[in-house]
Design a protein around this ligand. Structure first.
Ligand SMILES: [Zn+2]
Length: 244
């Protein structure tokens, strides 16, 4: 009897291990990237507020779960279970529209999201204030690192280190949460950048390369999918599923 119990227990453990491993090796997570969201977008990187509302409704109606940045890493690392359709919503450049236009829509659907803030731009004209960042941070929006001044991360160690570390310090001083991740301005980075992130204990770095995230990705070269001005709902749906 004892032997039988042991065998059953072993099979159970084996089965659950396989389930976790299986989920981990096949999970693909789209990481979407928006910039300014406004009623009257101009240029490639601004996006229509009406279309943004349609995108978020599409996610809700199609059973997507918008993750926190920690949930995202836990799924990639295989340390937490995966919702049926995970998605990470990211927004760059800490512009004011995030608070006035984007946040109310995210709140309506109970979606978590990540804001990659440029620390020197905080409290300047057209950008988020410290008080807004605190409110966002306390309500499901992770405030992460997009450098001090939107520098291209291709220079020497000391320059890059300051751009990343000083932004971490400033954001932590406002939100009381140390950023775990960096979004590379212009998608530019080099081997110095990834070494600095490891040195600082950052969990990941994000590019703009397109494609879906999986546990196979180098954590300092995580792909994001740019949602561009004029993307229709069919383009949005294609990007969600294919990464391009
Ligand atoms: Zn940017």
């Amino acid at each position: 009897m004892k032997k039988l119990v042991t065998i059953i227990l072993s099979l159970f453990i084996l089965a659950s291990t396989n389930v976790v491993a299986f989920a981990n090796s096949t999970t693909k997570i789209p990481v979407l990237l928006y910039h300014v969201v406004t009623p009257n977008p101009s240029g490639t990187y601004q996006f229509s507020l009406t279309e943004f509302k349609n995108d978020m409704a599409y996610l809700k109606n199609n059973g997507y779960t918008a993750l926190s940045i920690n949930q995202y890493y836990s799924i990639l690392n295989g340390t937490s279970s995966t919702p049926t359709k995970p998605v990470l919503l990211t927004f760059d450049d800490s512009t004011s529209d995030f608070y006035t236009n984007v946040y109310p829509v995210l709140k309506q659907y109970g979606f978590k999201a990540t804001q990659f803030a440029v620390s020197d731009w905080i409290n300047t004209s057209g950008h988020l204030t410290s008080a807004q960042l605190q409110t966002l941070s306390a309500n499901g929006i992770d405030i992460e690192n997009h450098t001090t001044n939107h520098q291209s991360l291709t220079s020497d160690w000391n320059t890059q280190y300051s751009a990343i570390n000083n932004a971490n310090i400033k954001i932590k001083s406002i939100t009381n949460n140390a950023p775990s991740s960096v979004a590379y301005p212009y998608g530019s980075y080099n081997s110095t950048t990834t070494s600095i992130l490891q040195n600082l204990g950052c969990k990941g770095g994000f590019t703009v390369s397109g494609g879906l995230s999986s546990s196979d990705n180098n954590k300092y070269k995580l792909p994001r999918i740019v949602i561009a001005n004029g993307d229709s709902i069919s383009v949005f749906s294609r990007k969600l599923t294919t990464g391009y």
